[in-house]
Write a new protein. Structure first.
Length: 82
C-alpha cells in the first residue's frame, strides 16, 4: 500500500513539474543558448579537474622529473606576466 501511494505521489510531482516547465514557452534559440552554456560550464569543470604539469626537467644523471603544478602557482604566474 505504501509503495502504491509513493508511486502515485511521485507520478503527480513529476507530471506537475513537467507541465510548469512546458508552460514557460521559451524560444528554441534561447533553449539552445542555455544548453550551450551548460555544456561549456561542464567542460570548464572537467578541464579544471585534469591535473596540470610543468615542463619536464632532465637531471645530470638522466632522470626526468615532471612536476605537477599547484593551483596557487598558476595565480602567481599570471600576476607576474601582467
Amino acid at each position: 500500500m505504501k509503495g502504491l501511494f509513493l508511486a502515485i505521489s511521485l507520478a503527480f510531482v513529476l507530471s506537475t513539474s513537467s507541465v510548469s516547465f512546458a508552460d514557460e514557452k521559451k524560444s528554441p534559440e534561447m533553449m539552445i543558448e542555455e544548453g550551450a552554456k551548460m555544456i561549456f560550464e561542464a567542460l570548464d569543470l572537467v578541464l579544471k579537474a585534469i591535473p596540470q604539469y610543468k615542463a619536464p626537467e632532465i637531471l645530470g644523471n638522466g632522470d626526468i622529473i615532471i612536476r605537477r603544478k599547484k593551483p596557487t602557482e598558476d595565480k602567481k604566474e599570471k600576476g607576474k606576466a601582467v
